[in-house]
Design a protein around this ligand. Sequence first.
Ligand SMILES: [Zn+2]
Length: 341
Amino acid sequence: MIECIFSIDYEIYGNGEGSLRELVFEPAERLMATFRKWKARFVPFVEVAELEMLEAKGTDSTINLVKQQLRNFYSEGFELGLHLHPQWYKARHENGRWLLDYSEYNLCTLSRERVVQIVDRALAYLRGILGVDDFTPVSFRAGNWLFQPTQTVANVLVEQGIKVDSSVFKGGLQRQHKLDYRRALRNGYYWKFTNDTNVSDPQGALLELPIHTQMVPFWRMFTTKRVGLQRKASSAAQNGKKRLYRILDFLRFRYPLKFDFCRMTIHELTRLVDRVIKEDQKDTTSFRPIVAIGHTKDLVDFETVESFLSYLEQKGIAVSTFSDVYQKCVTVPGFNVLGSR
Ligand SMILES: [Zn+2]
């Protein structure tokens, strides 16, 4: 059985550039209308740190619409996930631009005390927006997918009642930030973990539902659509060192292609799911949740999203949420066997 979760990172550009109206509010509003039409739901991963800072400094007047949109999501049954780019909390706004604090870029490298402060602050802000004191998201996704070293942040999330992480993309490698998700290629469609999100631990308190990837020859990464969107996103010139790291990350014959419903063409999306369907036909006993990722800032091609929702319906694949899938994963008999290959 296959189920598909649409997750979307709800945020402006990672260096603080761009407007909430163009990069967040308007695309999310259109996506909401599309999903309503299909009676389906997606999961916005709300990057809370930037919203709080944009509001505090009064730099973007769309913040009130964004807060209302989040309340609408909540009241209409869209599951809200927690996404965090901690470099925002100590950011300064000078001469019309944001100077982010890159010493806090990777939450996982900070002290336990600081992690607790940041997660508490993020949840308090989100609860304030929703007006729900005991709201706790089911799922978490780390900024720039950085969930290594895992242990401290995982503990803090569990203490807060979060149940699912969706930061891993199997086969992922970012040398600059010491991210290495190649070992997760051995795992199944989901697994529990404790000290390292790469490693299945049946006793673990957090469930990993990774962003689905497929290992492909590196040249398949260069479609016109993807390259165009990537160029837009990295318009702020990357420095030489950063570019070199990216090139090194690319120098592998096989590369993890993320299941990205904003960057992929309809042909790529259906081809990827067709492979999962084939696997499912060979072994009909396993549960195969697959997580798609998108970014509001990349969302321009709504026609592809509609065609893909129609394809999933034709194939009988349900569009689900982390909370629904979580219930199934932990109640499937023999969970640990099915969860790892
Ligand atoms: Zn993000």
